[in-house]
Design a binder for this molecule. Structure first.
Ligand code: WT7
Length: 648
């Protein structure tokens, strides 16, 4: 068995969960009395306006309801209740790409959120249940806008700033948003870039529901203002009162939508609840990062992803912590920027993605040595599998060999952590997410629902509901059922399919092996191959296309496309076509879905019924030998031709 890394015993004495026995006790309690376990936490951690009368309603599974009848408000939970004891504590520490700084106390956050809430409510008529799209860079106003929506019961849908106008429009249309909150632009790699023109472009078609656009002037760029529709945030917000009563929200009222890619069709609007989501955000923040009162916690995620929602905004603020928001990239002005910030702010918990670790290892292996990183106590990773080499560099060079790494497995749909070490309780092993959290019932099974033996890949499933789970796909409950719940049942309950493959080791530790569906993970960004294919198919000369993921040293996976042309002579060179394809991807989805390489082939391998054999294409892209039976193909010779071209 591989060696484990054990937490420091002295540190562990002060931790919330102090050793593996305590972890086991919590698991036992949650197993014996599942509802009782969550009931106790909900009573302790949530500031209820009105108590709930039922912990879990399973009568309409898989449409579960948690804490039925309870009333609360997420912004109250994140701000108001801290004002007695923490009004002058830093809630958000912001650092801009150019080095500009803001320290926002809980009291100031309270006023800024309230003013923004009043602005949305009074000036723009946003009511409970209305959707507000937030398309912003990593600036405090992004978090403030989210909390302002939560305060008045509006449902926010944050769209990552790297998405294109087209992708933004799809999300606006699907959610029928009333207001878009954005910025003129921001800074990246030291230079200003623009966001607002993309909003203009998105709104130029099919977005009739949007009545107003509120613009934060971040870099004072020269942008177009549409009279009657576009408003400058700073001017208006100053006229609003700094007090706004929080709306009484039901436990099950949606807090937000967040779109994510699936294996088919358009992105899914993952709908999260108020109480269950907030509860899991709060408790995982406490237990997984072990944040204490005077700590400074930093997640480098973007608010456009679920990590930014749960572990920059809602989780840290719910527990009254100090959370850092950083606008920039890890390598500007150099690959020491993050380590410099850790030194300066004396960061205690640091949470980032394996892609960034690999990039910083490769481009700045000596940078960490220049800074004092001794304040760090817990390190975390998220978003994609981490390789042992990157893990060890992170552990030794960043953590100084003394900080546990929490390799947290979860998804947009799970709302918060599911499988992860507890930093001072779980002995860790490089590149393993280790064990499910207490109260979370994860299992690796085969297609028939049987538990997988040690060392064999299976499907990662969750067999009981959990408070922060996705409630539905916005506007498409059938798709919710179909996407996540197959026919498999355990103890009579539908089983949640994550779409990930995983494996047990001898200790029962779980290692995630990656997606088993047509979703790929590029730099921790989740992309649907179907979406990329439909973008590429818009190219005039493309007859057919199949996109697969290909292993990449830094990004984890990269986008690889097999393309069949309408007329084989239209492109002499693959590079030329690649450029054009990327132009389309850029405008349909965004640069994050950029194709790294393509190969022009004469035909795609298909079964006699016309189904593309994707597994085969994935294997070829990885450079693996073809071991699959290809006799069922319509034209088995196609495969050899692709392999030959690939090897050229
Ligand atoms: C997918 C979810 C979770 C927040 C960010 C991504 C992959 C996530 C890990 C991990 C291996 C991981 C999975 C998952 N993933 N965490 N610790 N080890 N893989 O959220 O965009 O919803 O993507 O990210 O494949 O299904 P997301």
């Amino acid at each position: 068995m591989e060696e484990l890394y054990y937490p420091n015993r002295t540190e562990a004495k002060n931790a919330r969960v102090k050793n593996i026995c305590e972890y086991n006790e919590l698991v036992a309690r949650a197993t014996e009395d599942f509802e009782g376990y969550w009931d106790q936490l909900a009573k302790e951690k949530i500031s209820w306006f009105k108590p709930y009368n039922q912990v879990l309603d399973e009568s309409n599974a898989p449409f579960y309801k948690w804490f039925v009848g309870g009333k609360l408000n997420a912004s109250y939970q994140c701000i108001d209740r801290h004002l007695d004891s923490r009004k002058n504590k830093a809630a958000i520490i912001f650092e801009g790409e150019l080095g500009d700084k803001q320290i926002i106390t809980y009291r100031e956050l309270y006023h800024r959120v309230n003013k923004t809430a009043n602005l949305l409510k009074n000036r723009f008529g946003v009511k409970k249940g209305d959707r507000v799209v937030i398309y912003m860079p990593m600036i405090p106003e992004a978090a403030i806008s989210m909390l302002a929506c939560a305060r008045i019961g509006a449902i926010h849908s944050v769209v990552f700033g790297g998405f294109s106008a087209e992708a933004l429009r799809d999300r606006i249309v699907d959610a029928e948003a009333k207001v878009v909150m954005t910025a003129d632009g921001a800074y990246r790699r030291g230079k200003p870039y623009l966001l607002k023109p993309l909003v203009d472009e998105a709104l130029s078609q099919k977005c009739e529901t949007v009545k107003s656009v509120i613009i934060v002037e971040r870099n004072k760029s020269d942008i177009k203002w549409v009279a009657g529709r576009d408003f400058a945030y700073a001017e208006l917000v100053e006229n609003e009162s700094p007090f706004c009563e929080p709306e009484e929200m039901d436990s099950e009222d949606p807090l937000f939508l967040l779109y994510t890619s699936g294996s088919t069709g358009k992105p899914k609007g993952v709908q999260h609840s108020t109480a269950g989501y907030m509860l899991h955000a709060h408790t995982t923040m406490e237990n997984v990062f072990d944040v204490r009162e005077n700590d400074t916690y930093w997640s480098t995620a973007d608010v456009g992803w679920i990590t930014g929602h749960t572990y920059i905004v809602y989780g840290p603020l719910s527990m009254g912590a100090t959370t850092i928001m950083f606008e920039g990239v890890p390598v500007y002005p150099d690959a020491g920027r993050w380590w410099k910030m850790i030194e300066e702010y004396q960061v205690n918990q640091f949470y980032t993605a394996p892609t960034a670790i690999r990039l910083l290892h490769k481009t700045g292996a000596n940078e960490p040595k220049k800074y004092n990183l001794s304040s760090l106590r817990v390190l975390g990773t998220v978003g994609e599998p981490i390789n042992p080499e990157a893990w060890l560099w992170y552990y030794n060079e960043i953590g100084g060999g003394k900080c546990p790494i929490v390799d947290t497995w979860w998804q947009t749909e799970t709302g918060g952590h599911m499988i992860t070490p507890l930093p001072f309780a779980t002995p860790i092993k490089p590149a393993s997410a280790t064990l499910p959290l207490p109260g979370i019932f994860a299992e690796i099974i085969d297609e028939n629902g049987n538990k997988m033996p040690v060392g064999e890949k299976g499907l990662l499933c969750i067999t009981k509901p959990w408070p922060s789970m996705i409630r539905t796909i916005w506007g498409d409950p059938e798709r919710y059922k179909k996407s996540y719940f197959g026919d498999a049942k355990k103890d009579g309950k539908p089983v949640y399919f994550s779409g990930d493959g995983a494996m047990y080791d001898e200790r029962g530790y779980i290692t995630i092996t990656g997606r088993v569906d047509d979703v790929i993970n590029v730099s921790g960004h989740r992309l649907g191959t179907a979406e990329i294919e439909s973008a590429i198919a818009k190219h005039l000369h493309v007859a057919e296309v199949a996109v697969v993921g290909r292993p990449d040293e830094i990004k984890g996976e990269s986008v690889f496309a097999y393309i069949v042309l309408k007329n084989e002579d239209s492109f002499g060179e693959d590079v030329e076509l690649l450029k054009e394809v990327n132009k389309i991807i850029n405008s349909e989805i965004g640069a994050l879905a950029k194709c790294d390489s393509i190969i022009i082939v004469s035909a795609l391998p298909k079964t006699r019924s016309g189904k593309i054999m994707r597994r085969l294409l994935r294997a070829i892209a990885k450079g693996e030998n073809i071991t699959q039976d290809i006799s069922t193909l319509e034209d088995p010779a196609v495969v050899q031709r692709i392999v030959d071209k690939f090897n050229k």
